[in-house]
Design a binder for this molecule. Sequence first.
Ligand code: RIB
Ligand code: CA
Length: 313
Amino acid sequence: MKETIIIDCDPGQDDAINLLLALSSPGELDVLGITTVAGNVPLDLTERNARMMCDIAGRTDVPVFAGCAKPLLRELITAENVHGKTGVDGVEVFTPTGRPQDRHAVDFIIDALRSADDASITLVPTGPLTNIAAAIQKDPSILAGIRRIVLMGGAMREGGNTSPSAEFNILVDPHAAEIVFDCGRPITAMGLDVTHQVLSSRERIARIKAVGNRAAEATAGMLEFFSRHDSTKYGADGAPLHDPCTIAFLLQPELFEGKLCNIAIETRSPLTLGHTAVDFWGVSGRSANATWIYRVNADGFYELLTERLARLK
Ligand code: RIB
Ligand code: CA
């Protein structure tokens, strides 16, 4: 049975590769739409970049919607230092053939969930959670249509990547993250603890490049650019390929290990704003609201990604 999904993202090379992974798997995933949010780069670029990936994947049948241009309460922070000015440095930017949708992403999410059967649509957010939170605030009844939320965000043992205690997606919009983590629907959280286990090593990039089609060449080019920042920062061979952990989990959950626990979000402290307090040992007395993923078969992850890219033209 196919899983119906909406991917909410801020491409960003890793979001872009996640889109290619999802769009290469029509047998398992029915991508209802792609919604974009400001994050790695401003909204006009994340929306354009998402449409570029639909072109590269030969999937201009999938609609792309622009969403929120800034967080619910905070000022926007972006990450051009990691992703480059275009957000997808490493691939030649072009004007996508698919045209932008007029409907706001938040309204698309609401319309899709309002008309859906109970627990029938999976949300896959890989950027700041502004669009998802705004949709829930605007119409809480949409929660019934959500089957599960598989998101990239947060950190526990790994520590923060944007502040000492916070991961980028959560720090950009901690108030949105709090709304999502408190929404009561099943959540699977792919934080830095697991994404730092899937490093885009030179060997893995070479294997992807050897596939030789347009999607694989775009992926290899984006990874070569995307890897430079974190390889230097962490002194490793390759960068953590964060966002594709979400779609990989939908396709092959057996690659991952997680634990049901409570995850709470710091929304007040200037020092630890955006921190994900993951109660891994159940000491808080707070009820579990998410499955925290803490282990992945990294070789299996890259085999999956490489094999799926090879399915595209
Ligand atoms: O911290 C990593 C996350 O922030 C990834 O989703 C990356 O694309 C950026 O959005
Ligand atoms: Ca992202």
